[in-house]
Design a protein around this ligand. Sequence first.
Ligand SMILES: Cc1ncc(COP(=O)(O)O)c(C=O)c1O
Ligand SMILES: [Zn+2]
Length: 404
Amino acid sequence: MSFVKCLECSRCGNLVSKIGLRAVCPECQGPLLVRYQLHEIKRYLKKTSLSDRPTDMWRYIELLPVDADEEIVTLGEGYTPLLPVPHLGQLVGLPRLYMKDESLNPTGTFKARGLSSAVSMARKLGYTKVAIPSAGNAGGALAAYGTRAGLEVFIAMPADTPSANVVECQMTGARVVLVQGLIGEAAKLVERLQTREGWFDMSTLKEPYRLEGKKTIGYEIVEQFRWQVPDVIIGPVGGGMSLIALWKALAEMEDLGWITSRRPRLVAVQSEGCAPIVEAFRNAASAATAWPKPNTFASGIRIPKPFGDFLILQALRDSRGHALAVSDEEIYAAVREISREEGIFACPEGAASWAAVKRLKNNGWIQEDETVVMLNTGAGVKYIDALSRYEKEHQPVGAGRPTP
Ligand SMILES: Cc1ncc(COP(=O)(O)O)c(C=O)c1O
Ligand SMILES: [Zn+2]
């Protein structure tokens, strides 16, 4: 049985019936958030009883939108390791530095979580054709979960999306279109197909259920710390779904009585080549301005204007957090450093978190005694071509290359 109460517009507060796969708020087109009967869940579910549950994200099923186990479309997503990273910690003087390693998810990134829950709901609600504009990894995850659920899948991606993403989508038999331009062009194509052919649009925050799967990262981090919250959580921000979802998870856990009102400070990391949230945060703006010429090899964070910009900025401020941009050079160096020090081959977006930790420790924003979690959002192996291209274009032959 589901504990979902209703859908609530995150912009105007409008309450919408939970029936049907709603896209956005019918009044103001804002993103809808799923609201639960948390007081009921509080009586029914104790955090201590979770320890007997399966080690995937569906261990929190009462806090997810499905009605029954049979509705779940799963490939084993979630419950990824929260790894101490002592060598990196030592480099920067942070003995309590951790990495939530999302590269172990199906399809190699954290996008698996959101697409597992959204595809489960799409199938339950009778949709047969699902589409997504994607920077790459969300497309790969929709292809996998949509196929698993027996749905038709359409994916639009920029032509320079990493080849691993293109191939993983094509392998499933999904329809894949590479568009000239950036994700905005891909989004326009999906919008046209939605109107003309009835494809359901699974874009970031344009349906409410991806966020629900994504929020399980927050539940896991806190459970893995034995129900303590860390001081700081740092992650890359593109569409911002993970940051918004983390903040939602923390609020729910407090309402459930599982944590106190103490919150981690959230940090959004972007690339200097595409930093609309950093810019808006610096200007104390409530929304972002579209970034004119987005350019970074960390393709997952090459999002010029996130649809949920106001929610990202709100979570950053409410958590007393921060937003900062690091250069592609720092991101590339971070990929290598994490591999060399800890044996973890992180994706560029995830590695940006480490570049940010170094900056924030050095400038005193993070203190030595704080517990810090970096999100590695995906696997470096999905970016072999992007990394090789970056190396060819930026490193003189032999200079600073990995020693054999
Ligand atoms: C590997 C990776 N990291 C980070 C992001 C950004 O995620 P979010 O949309 O949650 O900000 C993406 C999005 O495509 C991604 O693929
Ligand atoms: Zn609204």
